[in-house]
Design a protein around this ligand. Structure first.
Ligand code: FAD
Length: 500
């Protein structure tokens, strides 16, 4: 056991040095107490099995970058491997820790970890400091302003935060003193694993490399395009452009490589200089959607499930495993849907309206599969996977919560054509259809055999036949939705106290 005590900052969804109050608290405490400073990240064995290539690579790259940025401050990242509930208490003892800092994370996975660790700290006289720094506003403050209730509409949410002053970002200005370096500072056993060590390809060129430095660079590149920022209107961006039509800052914000508050202040600064679009469609409006879902996720039990979730309409979804598989592998026979799902698998990011398309298709639109199943696939594949944003948006798209015009269904044929008549996006991600004429690119089953042969792709052989007939199934689904809404309404009426 070290004679001198240690101060630990435990990184989780805050993989950055900028605007990290909990980290700064740890640094100040180590300096004041003349303790060792040990910023840690725990790699759970299960995580390596659970999350797939793209997300894992993004995480590992972010950890390398975090380590490099900490070294610029004369400290480092200590990677700890093991189950948090076992290895962290052991280390807190071994390192004689008296002060632990961390960010508040609302994902139930972290809440469960926190309970175990805080309990241990309580018994062992370790002071724990937790900071809300993953959102612009503190979701608890917003809930309190609404008498403890979740604001059910975006406009209501905006009215609640309207007069909340957003704090300035935190900076860590000076290098940490040599005294705070422990004797095992240079130990290789705490190094961040390389990509090859965890069997990921190191040589490829990645479209969205992980890390704080990349996140900040991307933010500044976009903020320099002031006219673009100020005229941004989400519905006018394209789900199927070859290069993204929105910022793709989401993977950086979700991992905490980029501070949401820094993004907020930068946007405010740009907007102060010229006329600009407004929420909900503006870029600042997008960030507020994130805040809205965080508030809802914080205030709702079982937010990521249908049963036991007070916000969620109970819908008797089906359980067609073949359909779910075809959807997740991009083999539904609807080229636009398949292109989106294949882009997601290959690159880990898809446009918001592309998410609309495939989420609607899987649920109320076509396949009648539960939104929870879709959310699991997204959790596996999205670089920007975020517990509350994923669940909240899936509920929206399946018309289970927040959005109730269930009869507004996206057509897997017409929707993509609006922004990509010739199907260039489809040709990129579904190469089997590369030589198909534009006329049939969204409905290849309609192409005569001669056209299919000339394009080198026979439908049913080289590319799947469509698994459902959209025109038919969506009408059947609307009847089921109408019935489910009716039953939910009746149940709610029964629960309401009678006034007589
Ligand atoms: P931009 O348009 O550039 O917006 C800037 C930022 O605002 C984003 O980075 C994001 O942090 C926030 N934002 C934008 N749109 C939304 C939105 N609708 N809800 C909440 N925040 C938003 N986003 C995630 O970050 N993680 C998820 O797990 C996730 N799952 C989703 C699941 C479904 C079914 C749907 C329809 C949407 C989901 N989204 C999720 C929301 C949204 O699609 C992404 O945040 C957005 O596409 C990210 O791209 P961008 O950074 O270019 O966004």
């Amino acid at each position: 056991m070290s004679v001198l005590g240690s101060v630990v900052h435990w990184f989780r969804l805050d993989l950055r040095v900028h605007d990290n109050l909990a980290l700064r608290n740890a640094i100040n405490e180590a300096e004041n107490r003349k303790n060792f400073l040990r910023p840690i990240y725990i790699i759970e064995p299960d995580i390596l099995k659970q999350i797939r290539g793209n997300r894992l690579r993004f995480l590992i790259q972010s950890l390398h970058d975090l380590d490099a940025n900490l070294r610029k401050l004369n400290t480092r990242l200590y990677i700890v491997r093991g189950k948090t509930s076992e290895c962290l208490p052991e280390l807190l003892k071994k390192w004689n820790v008296k002060y632990l800092t961390l960010q508040v994370d609302i994902d139930p996975f972290y809440i469960k970890q926190d309970e175990v660790i805080e309990n241990f700290c309580d018994k062992n006289d370790i002071f724990v400091v937790k900071r809300v720094q993953h959102t612009v506003y503190n979701p608890q403050t917003v809930l309190k302003k609404n008498n403890g209730n979740v604001p059910l509409t975006y406009q209501k949410f905006l009215s609640l935060v309207n007069d909340i002053q957003v704090k300035e970002c935190i900076e860590i200005k000076k290098e940490i003193s040599e005294d705070c370096k422990s004797s095992d500072f240079n130990s290789k056993s705490y190094d961040v694993p390389s990509l090859t060590e965890i069997e990921l390809d190191e040589s490829s060129d990645f479209k969205y490399p992980g890390g704080e430095s990349e996140g900040l660079k991307r933010l500044l590149t976009y903020m320099a395009k002031k006219q673009w920022v100020c005229s941004f209107e989400k519905p006018n961006t394209s789900p199927n452009s070859i290069e993204p039509s929105t910022t793709v800052l989401s993977p950086y914000i979700s991992h905490g490589c980029l501070s949401a508050r820094l993004f907020y202040h930068k946007l405010k600064q740009v907007e102060s200089e010229m006329r600009h679009s407004e929420p909900p469609v503006s870029l600042l409006g997008q960030l507020m959607w994130r805040e809205f879902y965080y508030t809802a996720g914080t205030g709702t039990e079982n937010f990521d499930r249908m049963v036991g979730n007070s916000l969620c309409t109970q819908i008797p979804w089906g359980n067609n495993k073949d359909h779910l598989k075809a959807w997740s592998e991009g083999k539904t026979g609807y080229p636009f849907v398949d292109a989106i799902m294949r882009q997601l698998t290959q690159e880990g990011w898809i446009h918001h309206l592309a998410r609309h398309m495939v989420a609607c298709f899987l649920t109320r639109g076509d396949l009648w599969v539960s939104w929870e199943e879709g959310a699991k696939v997204f959790e596996d594949l999205l670089l920007d996977y975020d517990w509350s944003l994923n669940a909240g948006n899936w509920m929206w798209l399946s018309a289970s919560a927040f959005f109730y015009k269930y009869f507004r269904v996206y057509s897997p044929v017409a929707f993509g054509k609006k922004t990509d008549k010739d199907g260039l996006y489809i040709k990129k991600y579904v190469p089997e259809l590369k030589k198909f004429p534009s006329e049939y690119i969204y409905e290849p089953w309609k192409a005569p055999q001669s056209v299919q042969r000339a394009a080198g792709c026979i439908i049913g052989e080289n590319y799947p036949k469509r698994i459902v007939d959209h025109d038919k199934v969506h009408k059947e689904n609307m009847k089921k939705m109408s019935e489910a809404y009716k039953i939910n309404k009746e149940k709610k009426a029964l629960k309401r106290p009678r006034s007589d």
